[in-house]
Design a protein around this ligand. Structure first.
Ligand SMILES: Cc1cc2nc3c(=O)[nH]c(=O)nc-3n(C[C@H](O)[C@H](O)[C@H](O)COP(=O)(O)OP(=O)(O)OC[C@H]3O[C@@H](n4cnc5c(N)ncnc54)[C@H](O)[C@@H]3O)c2cc1C
Length: 376
C-alpha cells in the first residue's frame, strides 16, 4: 500500500535536525523527499496533533503485509525445487572440504554451501558450525499496540519521529489489514526468548500515540504484542562469507529485514555464485502467487462459493482456511493459520470462531513434526 511517510519534528531542536535527515535521504538516492512546514503537514494529515513543528514528506514509502510476503518467498522457492523442513533445529555440523554435514533434530542434512540466517541465534550457530562469530546478538525488544479498525481513517501515512541512533523510534501507521499500529519500543535485553509485554510500556505507547494522533485517545485496542530484533553491537547488518569453507553468515538483521530481504538475498547469491556469474531472477522460474489477505485487494469473502465466513471479525472464509491447510506449503500450527489467513486476529481474538476452527483443523496440526521429506 503506497502510503508515503512523514518524519515529524515536535520541537525546534528536532526541526533543526530535519535538514540532515533530508540530506541523508538524498545521499541514499531518495530525491523526492521534501521539507514541510506544520501547515503542510496538517494539510496532508489533519488528524496529526497541531503542535507539530515541521516534517519531511517521503512519498515513496509503502506499508506491506508482513506475513504473506515471506510466505510468498517460501511458496516460490518450493515451487522452484526448494525443500522446506520445519521444526528442524541445526545442532552442529562440519565441512569436510567437499560437503557440509549438518546434524539436525531430524537427522543429517548435507549440502555444498551453508547460509546461516538464524536470526536471534545467528552468532551461536556460527560458533557451533565454524567455531567463531563476527558478531554478538543483543536482542532488542519492540512492543506494539494495534488499534481497532474504527481508527483506520485517522491517518494515511506512516508517521515517524526524527530517528535516533539505536532505532527509528515510535511509529504510528495504518496497517494493510485496516488497523492503526503504534510502536515499536527498543528495549535491550539478554534473553533471546522473552517477548513478553508489560502494561506500563504499553500505556506509554498509547500516551505517545495519542500525542501524535489525538483521535487515538480512548479508542479500543485489538491486540498488543512484542517481537525481538536480532540486534548486535554494530548498526550495519553482519553479512560475512568464508569462500574456502562455502559458508555465509547473514546476521544482525536488526531492523528493516522485511523490506530488505530481497536485496539481502540478491547480495548473498552474488557472494555464492560470484557477481559476474549471478544472473538475477531468471524468467524460467515459476512465480506462484500467495492468496491476498489485505484490505487493499479483493478479499475472498467478496467472491462466490467461498464456503461462508468462519472468522467474522477479519472476514476469513472457509475456503481460505481450507486452502491454507492444503497446497504445497500447508500451515502447520494455529499460529501459522493466523498469519496465513488473519483468522482470530480481529477484535474478539478468536472468542467466537475458535470452536469452529478446532473442528475444521482437526487432524491437520498433528502432522506438525515428522512430515516425511525423505522421498523428495
Ligand atoms: C520490533 C520489530 C520491529 C521491526 N520493524 C521492521 C521494519 O520496520 N521494517 C522491516 O522491514 N522489518 C522490521 N522488522 C523485522 C526485522 O528486521 C526482523 O527481525 C529481521 O528481518 C530478522 O530476520 P532474520 O531472517 O534475520 O531472523 P528471523 O526472522 O528471526 O529468522 C531466523 C530463523 O532461524 C531459525 N533458527 C534459529 N536458530 C536455528 C537453528 N539452530 N536451526 C534451525 N533454524 C534456526 C528461527 O527459528 C527463525 O525461523 C522488525 C522486527 C521486530 C521484532
Amino acid at each position: 500500500m503506497k502510503s508515503g511517510a512523514l518524519v515529524l519534528a515536535w520541537n525546534t531542536e528536532e526541526a533543526a535536525l530535519l535538514e540532515g535527515v533530508l540530506n541523508k535521504a538524498r545521499i541514499n538516492g531518495v530525491d523526492n523527499a521534501e521539507l514541510l512546514g506544520s501547515d503542510s503537514v496538517l494539510a496532508r494529515e489533519p488528524g496529526v496533533s497541531p503542535s507539530v513543528e515541521a516534517g519531511i514528506l517521503i512519498p515513496g514509502e509503502y506499508i506491506i503485509d508482513p506475513w504473506t510476503t515471506p510466505f510468498a518467498y517460501i511458496l516460490q522457492a518450493v515451487d522452484n525445487g526448494a525443500q522446506l523442513i520445519r521444526n528442524c533445529e541445526v545442532l552442529d555440523g562440519g565441512f569436510d572440504g567437499n560437503r557440509w554435514r549438518l546434524h539436525t533434530q531430524m537427522g543429517e542434512i548435507c549440502g555444498k554451501t551453508i547460509v546461516n540466517c538464524a536470526g536471534l541465534y545467528g552468532d551461536l550457530l556460527d560458533q557451533k558450525l565454524t567455531g567463531a562469530s563476527n558478531f554478538h546478538i543483543r536482542p532488542r525488544k519492540g512492543q506494539f499496540v494495534v488499534y481497532d479498525k474504527s481508527t483506520f481513517s485517522l491517518c494515511h501515512s506512516i508517521l515517524l519521529p526524527v530517528p535516533g541512533k539505536r532505532s527509528k523510534g515510535i511509529v504510528v501507521c495504518p496497517t494493510v489489514f485496516g488497523n492503526v499500529l503504534v510502536g515499536p519500543t527498543a528495549e535491550e535485553q539478554e534473553s533471546r526468548e522473552d517477548s513478553s509485554i508489560d502494561s506500563q510500556t504499553l500505556r506509554q505507547l498509547t500516551i505517545r500515540g495519542s500525542q501524535i494522533l489525538p483521535g487515538l485517545d480512548q479508542q479500543p485496542i485489538t491486540a498488543t504484542y512484542a517481537g525481538l530484533r536480532p540486534a548486535t553491537d554494530h548498526t550495519e547488518y553482519q553479512i560475512h562469507s568464508d569462500s574456502n569453507n562455502h559458508y555465509v553468515s547473514v546476521g544482525g538483521i536488526r531492523s528493516t529485514g522485511l523490506s530488505a530481504a530481497l536485496g539481502i538475498a540478491e547480495f548473498v547469491c552474488e557472494i555464492i555464485q560470484g557477481k559476474e556469474t549471478y544472473q538475477g531472477a531468471n524468467e524460467c522460474y515459476s512465480w506462484p502467487i500467495a492468496n491476498p489477505i489485505t484490505e487493499i485487494q479483493e478479499r475472498d469473502w467478496q467472491k462466490p462459493d467461498n464456503g461462508g465466513i468462519v472468522c467474522h471479525c477479519e472476514l476469513v472464509t472457509r475456503r481460505e482456511i481450507d486452502q491454507a491447510l492444503s497446497g504445497p506449503v500447508p500451515v502447520a500450527s494455529l499460529g501459522g493459520l493466523k498469519r496465513r489467513t488473519r483468522v482470530t486476529m480481529g477484535r474478539c481474538q478468536g472468542f467466537y470462531c475458535t470452536a469452529a476452527l478446532s473442528e475444521i483443523t482437526a487432524g491437520h496440526f498433528c502432522n506438525d513434526i515428522g512430515w516425511n521429506y525423505s522421498d523428495k
